[in-house]
Design a protein. Structure first.
Length: 402
């Protein structure tokens, strides 16, 4: 297997995923091309060298449909010979896209590729694509389908995570994200987004609330209680997990990931290609993995995926100096820290999706880049990036700083 390196990465700021969000006025294709153009321009790439562009997109319909990766490549004025593909592994799509871009390089079948993702949640709302799992009664019954928020509260109930613990974690995410922005920790990687006149629309993550505290979050009502109790999802989940007497509804908008717009791209290549392009590798991809898990609980996959990626790298959890896990819900992070004995000071040290938002198809590539930036800033050597994935899956990747 050929050593494969991360040569560079960029992302857009994350804009509020509603019609009043700062990025709402531009189309998904225009947003997706921003990190592609930035990678090309700042690395002086001849795009004819690229073997592929792989982009995650979780709701690939309407403006995001029709292989948005290829449309973004064309709109970015890459060479027409560069192929591109859109993939969907739900929340793990952005990280999976990087893995899919890297795999041919590892196999010696390519020298240079881009993996990344895009999601414009203000223009193409989550769930717009429908899907058999929620809409086919036979499949839903067979698999004990529940909405993801119910799964989060189910996981918290099984693990004994109380509302105060989750709110305290969420407040810390905002504090860390605000500090990271104040200290310029994202300065190398975040590229501003402009409108068609060249005017800046957004140059920072839009949803961070530095004044958030556990006490201020305590006033928010649980988001999924009515869904679980009135519409029967609690009963479905309890059929699958009868050891619980009831599900405690502890998640709300303040301790769950934010709905945002965003795009990201990661340039991967071989040592030979990096030397030829005169681009210094920043990290080596040691391993990656994806796993399936029980679909009703749905959100407990990160630790399993991490263990598999670590095994493939010949490493253990104690070898990892920095962890990035998508903050889909606060209980997901607390669970992984407990499962792998990860101290909080090594997990999501610059905040996460609770503070900055979760642009579904792009998040995996974004947090991979955050991990790399933090390795370089802190002088640490190894990082593991992971995400829980809808329908019961998990994704993970291990990288080592050069």
């Amino acid at each position: 297997m050929s050593p494969t390196y991360i040569l560079d990465h960029v992302r857009t700021p994350r804009g509020k995923g509603k019609p009043d969000g700062s990025l709402h006025e531009i189309t998904p294709v225009k947003l997706a091309r921003v990190p592609l153009m930035a990678l090309r321009d700042r690395n002086r790439l001849d795009t004819r060298e690229l073997s592929d562009v792989v982009m995650g997109c979780v709701v690939p319909v309407g403006e995001q449909g029709g292989n948005i990766a290829r449309m973004a490549v064309l709109d970015a004025d890459f060479d027409h010979g560069v192929p591109a593909v859109q993939i969907n592994r739900y929340c793990g799509s952005g990280l999976e896209a990087v893995a899919m871009a890297a795999a041919p390089v590892m196999a010696g079948q390519a020298g240079l590729a881009i993996g990344g993702g895009i999601e414009m949640m203000s223009r193409v709302p989550m769930g717009s694509d429908g899907g058999a799992w929620a809409q086919d009664p036979q499949l839903a019954t067979k698999t004990h389908f529940v909405m993801q928020g119910i799964s989060a509260d189910l996981l918290a109930s099984l693990r004994g995570h109380g509302r105060r613990d989750l709110d305290a974690y969420a407040a810390e995410s905002h504090r860390r994200a605000a500090l990271a922005w104040r200290e310029g920790r994202f300065g190398r990687s975040v590229v501003p987004v402009h409108d068609f006149l060249g005017l800046a629309l957004l140059d920072h993550d839009e949803t961070i609330r530095p004044d958030t505290t556990a006490d201020s979050l305590a006033s928010l009502k649980p988001a999924f209680a009515e869904m679980g109790q009135r519409y029967g999802y609690d009963s479905v989940a309890l059929q699958r997990y009868p050891q619980l007497q009831a599900i405690e509804h502890v998640h709300h908008a303040g301790n769950s990931s934010g709905i945002v717009d965003g795009a990201a791209a990661v340039l991967v290549g071989s040592a030979e290609m990096a030397e030829r392009l005169q681009v210094k590798p920043r990290a080596r991809i040691r391993s990656f993995a994806a796993i399936g898990s029980e679909p009703t609980l749905m959100l407990d996959g990160p630790a399993m995926a991490a263990r598999r990626a670590l095994q493939r790298a010949g490493m253990s959890a104690s070898d990892i100096e920095l962890w990035e896990l998508n903050e889909a819900f606060a209980t997901v992070v607390l669970t992984m820290m407990e499962e792998l004995d990860i101290p909080h000071e090594r997990m999501n040290v610059n905040g996460g999706a609770i503070a900055m938002g979760h642009p579904l198809g792009a998040t995996g590539a974004m947090i991979l880049g955050m991990a790399l930036d933090e390795l370089e800033r802190s002088g640490r050597a190894t990082a593991l990036v992971s995400l829980c994935v809808a329908a019961g899956m998990g994704s993970a990747m291990v990288i080592e700083r050069i």
